[in-house]
Design a protein around this ligand. Structure first.
Ligand code: AMP
Ligand code: ZN
Length: 111
């Protein structure tokens, strides 16, 4: 049984604040935002993380990345950050690959 929270968001078993959906991708607001705008971009297909990505996933991964600037623009951002936490040691908590797209702070903390 698939017990993945993001798969349940894809199937709408778990409610979320969806901002974009197409055949392959879903984007929704992070439940615990770290910035004024904080959106998660996921593939509908379950992939654990970048560690388990294969060449066959190249197309969907590039679509996820190219969706980020569109969602940023829709949310009034002129610039934004992206983050991909990979593996437990990389701070990943949900093991369904996702890109964080966030921004909107007046004061940007450089890292
Ligand atoms: P990560 O550490 O990259 O795995 O981040 C997981 C992210 O998913 C965190 O920023 C959480 O706030 C977010 N998250 C977890 N559950 C939900 C949910 N049900 N709806 C929206 N965001 C969620
Ligand atoms: Zn999943």
């Amino acid at each position: 049984m698939n017990n993945c929270i993001f798969c349940k968001i894809v199937s709408k078993e778990v409610p979320s604040s969806i901002v974009y959906e197409d055949e392959e991708l879903l984007a929704f607001n992070d439940i615990n935002p770290i910035d004024k705008v904080h959106i998660l971009i996921i593939p509908k297909e379950h992939i654990d993380s970048l560690l388990t990505c294969e060449t066959k996933h190249s197309d969907v991964i590039s679509k996820m990345l190219l969706l980020a600037p569109k969602l940023a623009k829709n949310n009034g951002l002129k610039g934004f950050r992206t983050m991909i936490n990979t593996g437990k040691e990389g701070g990943q908590e949900v093991f369904h690959i996702h890109f964080h797209m966030y921004g909107g702070s007046e004061h940007l903390v450089k890292i």
